[in-house]
Design a protein around this ligand. Structure first.
Ligand code: AMP
Length: 414
């Protein structure tokens, strides 16, 4: 026998018993987002590598070590998308969406790829639901984005949720802060982890993410970006918070919240669940007012988020979902009459299945019970049909297959 081939590390099969919860989550996401005016967009699974290098940022973990990058047969460098925002911005520019009424509000859902250390809640292929609002700086856009993700997670029953918000300010605020933080890190360089020490120049903010004890100690005394915000940034942030208050969204201001992507300015947020272990973020996002210009578009502000479907499900977030009922289960052997009967039944709007395993009558009833089918039908030798109501217990004889469908449709509760 040949060696068994398994799915690649960090990938997951979504098995039939898991798809109902996903479908229900997706349906709820559509309702929440589309009722707020977000429209669905789908971008390709792979993009030019440069989009992420410029869009996500060279200094990020994603670009430095997590991308699935390959040359295609034409010699172009392509990358499986590690996140959704850069591609949505690319599409906005490519399709001239700045000519539409602003902000343009888009949402998406699909698989994303990062070469990460696989563990519970962290995969190499995972699914995200995301939403982006492009073309407005209004703090209401930020507050609404946070509100929508909070609403979705609450609606689907994700447990133990905390909303964390912060402001990173714009570049000007940040440059000053960066210098102050770098100063602090250099002064305590001997206590830092090697990784953080090596990134003092490139990405000092990521030091807040470290779980290295020495680094954490140093970070406890680090200057906070909050104290470096200029008046406009501070005002923008306080308006976001006031709107969240107005909408009754409970949140925690977390001055050390750092997102793993370079493009954020001003508002950033994450929603965590206490149900998860180390990988507790269900979703997060923020404002990215420079990104569209960075990838060659007209300067356009944007705000968005992405949430991981697997993590939402792990946090207990799956709305109740009933499998479609089986109204009619038709016994074999399957000939043209049986086959046509289920086709007609489905055309009439019924849930209908054939016995495709050559079961005995006893087996047919067992399978009908497993499916919780309402009616079981089988053909007599003379071409008439028997129809048994598994709930009422009643059995009737129908002259032909057409009559079976009519009788089922007439049935109580259908
Ligand atoms: P990020 O933009 O990296 O914060 O990702 C947004 C959300 O996507 C996270 O909060 C997670 O829920 C989910 N996510 C990100 N990376 C992974 C991964 N490797 N495996 C599973 N879910 C992920």
């Amino acid at each position: 026998m040949s060696e068994r081939i398994q799915a690649p590390r960090g990938t997951q099969d979504v098995l039939p018993e898991q798809t109902a919860a996903r479908a229900a989550l997706e349906a709820r996401a559509r309702e929440v987002l589309e009722s707020a005016g977000y429209q669905r967009i789908e971008t390709p699974i792979f993009e030019h590598t440069e989009l992420f290098q410029r869009g996500v940022g060279e200094s990020t973990d994603i670009v430095q070590k997590e991308m699935y990058t390959f040359d295609d047969a034409g010699g172009r460098s392509l990358t499986l998308r590690p996140e959704g925002t850069a591609a949505v911005c690319r599409a906005y520019v490519e399709h001239g969406m700045h000519k539409l009424a602003q902000p343009v509000k888009l949402w998406y859902l699909g698989p994303f790829f990062r070469y990460e250390r696989a563990q519970a809640g962290r995969y190499r292929q995972f699914w995200q639901i995301g939403a982006e609002a492009l073309g407005s700086e209004d703090p209401a856009v930020d507050a609404e984005a946070i509100l929508l993700l909070t609403t979705l997670l609450t609606d689907v029953g994700a447990r133990g949720i905390t909303v964390k918000v912060s402001s990173l300010g714009r570049l000007e605020s940040r440059a000053e802060y960066r210098a102050a933080l770098q100063d602090h890190l250099r002064r305590h360089a001997d206590k830092l982890s090697e990784e953080v020490r090596n990134r003092i120049d490139l990405n000092p903010l990521r030091a807040f993410d470290s779980d290295h004890p020495g680094t954490r100690e140093v970070m406890a005394g680090a200057p906070l970006l909050r104290d470096f915000l200029d008046a406009e940034d501070a005002q923008h942030f306080s308006e976001v918070l006031a709107l969240l208050d107005a909408a009754g969204v409970a949140y925690k201001v977390e001055p050390t919240l750092v997102r793993g992507l370079d493009y954020y300015v001003r508002t950033v947020f994450e929603i965590h669940s206490s149900e998860l272990g180390a990988q507790s973020a269900l979703g997060g996002g923020g404002r990215y007012d420079r990104l569209i210009a960075e990838i060659g578009g007209p300067p356009t502000p944007g705000m968005g988020w992405a949430a991981g479907i697997e993590r939402i499900l792990l946090a207990g977030g799956a709305p109740p979902h009933a499998a479609p009922p089986v109204d009619l289960y038709v016994a074999g052997p399957v000939g043209p009459t049986q086959f046509r009967l289920v086709a007609d039944a489905r055309r009439a709007g019924l849930g209908a299945q054939l016995d495709l395993a050559g079961r005995s009558m006893k087996g047919v009833f067992k399978q009908a019970a497993r499916l919780d089918a309402r009616y079981v039908a089988w053909m007599n030798e003379d071409g008439s049909w028997e129809l048994k109501d598994r709930q009422g217990g009643e059995q009737i004889t129908a002259p032909d297959a057409d009559a079976v469908v009519r009788d089922v449709l007439r049935g109580p509760g259908l």
